[in-house]
Ligand binder design. Structure first.
Ligand code: 4NP
Length: 173
């Protein structure tokens, strides 16, 4: 994890309410799945009310749509219902959320470009920073043009990263 991400995560520990926004390009595959995984972890731990978890895309191709059907099918096999409606990130999100997590380098570049202030930029982190093992790579790859294995890989990566993020913010977990 980058030192600035460690500081950001530290700052979340004291918060009564923790507001997390997951971001990808389309907001129909990776980020709504991350939202579903994180909500399920928070709810299972009995701390669901402490967390506000949402997702958004930097693109505007699918606004109003449910997550990609393939992602919904793979997630449902893990007991997750993905009912997020696709939305595009807006300037206010940089004020509203405490941490804004991009799935890959392109998402992160877009987030830095869209960020309205230096303070807002400090809220940006990469999902891969929370992987257990750096050998898992430096991004959650876009599964849109992949087969079933691509969707399963994304869900495995999100499960790993979300559990680690949750544990870092809630050390008693
Ligand atoms: P996501 O995947 O960023 O994980 O939601 C994508 C979904 C759709 C498109 C790109 C990426 N698209 O170009 O339509």
């Amino acid at each position: 994890m980058k030192p600035e991400t460690e500081r950001l995560v530290d700052s979340l520990r004291q918060k009564e309410k923790i507001k997390v926004l997951f971001v990808c390009l389309g907001n129909i595959c990776r980020s709504p799945a991350a939202e579903g995984v994180m909500k399920s972890i928070a709810e299972a731990s009995g701390e669901g009310a402490r967390w506000e978890i949402d997702s958004a895309g930097t693109g505007d191709y699918h606004i109003g749509d449910l997550p990609d059907r393939r992602m919904r099918v793979h997630a449902s096999r893990r007991g997750l219902t993905l009912d997020h409606r696709c939305r595009q990130i807006k300037s206010y999100d940089f004020e509203e959320f405490d941490i804004i997590i991009g799935m890959d380098d392109s998402n992160l570049q877009n987030l830095h470009r869209l960020s309205p202030s230096v303070e807002a930029e400090r809220k940006i982190a990469g999902m891969a920073e929370f992987f257990t093992d750096s050998r898992m790579g430096d991004a959650v790859p876009d599964p849109y043009y992949e087969g079933s294995e691509g969707f399963e890989l994304v869900l495995d990566m999100l499960d790993d990263a979300c559990n680690n993020l949750y544990r870092l913010v809630t050390p008693s977990y």
